[in-house]
Design a binder for this molecule. Structure first.
Ligand code: SF4
Length: 353
């Protein structure tokens, strides 16, 4: 089993429609609590027989004392600080001390940063629900590179990509990112997700982009192979050919996500899909908590967030999926199934926070 701790340091500057991790504005974790949580998560990891990584989220660059927090995170003995580096860029560009902040990251070995691109300024700002957001992302990318960082771009597919493709080409040519990801948005039982659905791309969108994908650093055949397994039609086919929902959801998983909120509380589940509150890291008994975590099943897949015993049967799910366009495109099979379950109003185990 691999453990992943999501430590919420600060809120976000955007309110993205596709956000499945409860982004959006939020408070900063006090510095002393952030240091304490990092130490406690390190102790917890030492008491567990698993490898663990920790991500500082959601937009740590909003934190006034981010330099101290990054240093503490990079000095843990047992836990690996996984710096995912994705940023909207707004927090960084709003800071007068942005050069010092970048130096702190680079000094701690965090030298790779990523921005997400949703297409034209109009479509990008609509999807992240903040005017001027695309412009800030591009400015931040240029600034971070001028400080010596490597820059990645995540192209997050939406139904506007076909009409915005030429503009995307222009941005990528100007920025020359070190790496380009191509992300097909997922779907989880999170309350935010329906907000993105009117922007979701279809297989038709991807087909129209095919001639550009190589120029966007993608392996076209591999991308299409992956995409074809994530259409509504493909999952209906699998269900009609014997895919069993309960077996799928009960299959063992190798990753366990936990998260820590700004109030130091540790939960089972990734941010936004918390299923159990374990308690305040300041007072939790680390040995007992480690023993409890050691007995938990993985929860990487969305199946972990539904009560398997009360899932609808396959026929009911197929009927719900048939109400969606067959070539609607999701990141994977689990996302398609969650989308169908949402249509059916299937109950989840997610805590209402
Ligand atoms: S997707 Fe990322 S940047 Fe957007 S609101 Fe969520 S956590 Fe924040």
């Amino acid at each position: 089993m691999e453990l992943n701790f999501d430590l919420l340091i600060s809120g976000c500057n955007t309110r993205c429609r596709h956000c499945y991790v409860n982004g959006g504005p939020g408070r900063n974790m006090p510095l002393r609590d952030a240091i304490l949580c990092i130490e406690k998560l390190d102790e917890l990891t030492a008491a567990l027989p698993y490898n663990a990584s920790m991500t500082l989220d959601n937009e740590p660059m909003n934190h006034p004392q981010i330099a101290e927090i990054i240093r503490a995170a990079s000095e843990t003995k047992h836990i690996v600080n996984f710096h995912h580096g994705m940023t909207s860029g707004i927090a960084l560009m709003n800071r007068k001390d942005r050069t010092e902040v970048m130096k702190a990251y680079l000094d701690c070995g965090c030298d790779e940063f990523g921005i997400t691109l949703h297409g034209s300024a109009e479509h990008h700002d609509f999807i992240v629900r903040r005017e001027g957001a695309r412009s800030a992302s591009l400015q931040a990318a240029r600034f971070m590179r001028s400080c010596g960082a490597r820059i990645n771009v995540s192209l997050m597919l939406n139904r506007f990509f076909d009409e915005d493709a030429e503009e995307i080409d222009g941005i990528l040519n100007g920025l020359q990112p070190d790496y380009i990801f191509f992300a097909i948005p997922n779907y989880t039982p999170h309350a935010n997700m329906p907000e993105f659905e009117s922007c979701r791309a279809t297989m038709g969108t991807l087909l129209a982009l095919r001639p550009r994908l190589e120029g966007w650093q993608q392996d076209t055949d591999e991308l299409f192979e992956r995409a074809e397994s994530g259409t509504v039609r493909a999952v209906i086919d699998r269900l009609e050919n014997g895919l069993k929902l309960k077996e799928l959801f009960a299959a063992p998983q190798e990753e366990l996500y936990l998260c820590v909120h700004q109030d130091r509380r540790l939960y089972v589940g990734n941010t936004g899909v918390e299923t159990l509150l374990l308690g305040d890291l300041q007072s939790l008994n680390i040995a007992e908590t480690a023993a409890f975590i050691d007995g938990l099943p993985g929860n990487r897949d969305y199946g972990a967030f539904y009560d398997i015993g009360i899932l609808p049967d396959e026929a009911e799910l197929i009927r719900a999926l048939k109400r969606l366009p067959g070539d609607l495109l999701f990141s994977d099979e689990a996302s398609v199934i969650c989308r169908g379950l949402a249509n059916l109003g299937a109950p989840t185990k997610i805590l209402k926070l």
